[in-house]
Design a protein around this ligand. Structure first.
Ligand SMILES: Nc1ncnc2c1ncn2[C@@H]1O[C@H](COP(=O)(O)OP(=O)(O)O)[C@@H](O)[C@H]1O
Ligand SMILES: [Mg+2]
Length: 227
């Protein structure tokens, strides 16, 4: 479904150039959980930005169902991200003056009754059934991250991209959040970035990065995903 070929990205850092991602290829199929592991600075977020079209690679190409990102206009890429992708970041980026339910509805394609009911059902599934009308500052860190997950799921994206989704949570809450994200693979795919191998224990494929390169790929899948 999602195919990345030879992706590279470099940042100009003062005088020097930082090769953040170097010639990485990978394929993601429906219902897969892909983990991207590596120490801080290894290029995990950069790779996620490339895979989701948030950044353009210096070289290489990303395809969604054979549609090349580079052949789309910026408007088409934005539309594609809005409809096909969901995002969960380390910081939740919830809007503090909107309620829990309103924060989820921000990402709904249509503000109708059906989506409102769906937002409520999602929040209830995520254990927030009694907190629809709270504001983000009235929630714990784990609860806020669960609202962010509901927001990422409301439009039923084909892929959820999660960048250090448990980075600010305690271990137990982090594992719960991860299990909720993992559950989404019944509907779509999940690509999660972390420096913590524990939360990737159920991943179908774990890609370990070092200095922008693939240091290791560990697959639980039958067919090779790696080119
Ligand atoms: N905007 C930027 N300008 C310059 N260097 C950057 C920028 N963003 C990231 N980098 C560098 O690129 C490398 C990879 O960064 P990043 O993808 O954020 O890694 P990770 O998510 O694994 O911590 C790091 O060395 C980082 O310092
Ligand atoms: Mg990062």
């Amino acid at each position: 479904m999602l195919q990345a070929e030879n992706l590279s990205l470099a940042y100009q850092d003062g005088e020097s150039i930082k090769e953040a991602v170097q010639k990485i290829s990978l394929a993601v199929d429906d219902h897969q959980f892909i983990g991207i592991l590596g120490p801080s600075g290894s290029g995990k977020s950069s790779l996620l930005y490339l895979l989701s079209g948030l950044r353009k690679p210096a070289s290489g190409e990303v395809f969604l169902d054979d549609r090349a990102f580079s052949k789309m206009t910026e408007k088409e890429r934005v539309a594609l991200r809005r409809s096909e992708f969901g995002f969960v970041f380390q910081q939740h980026f919830l809007i503090n003056y909107l309620t829990v339910q309103e924060n989820v509805m921000v990402a709904a394609p249509v503000q109708d009754k059906a989506h409102t009911e769906q937002a409520k059902a999602l929040l209830a599934d995520l254990g927030l059934g009694d907190k629809f009308h709270r504001f983000p500052y009235q929630l714990s860190g784990g609860e806020r991250q669960r609202v962010a997950i509901a927001r990422a799921m409301i439009h039923r994206p084909r892929i959820i991209f999660a960048d250090e989704p448990t980075g600010l949570l305690d271990r137990r809450t982090g594992l719960q959040v991860m299990s909720l994200l993992r559950g989404y693979c019944e509907q779509g795919s999940l690509i999660a970035v972390t420096h913590n191998p524990e939360i990737l224990s159920e991943a179908d494929l774990v890609i370990t990065l070092r200095d922008g390169q693939v240091a290791n790929m560990e697959s639980k899948l039958k067919s090779a995903q790696i080119s």
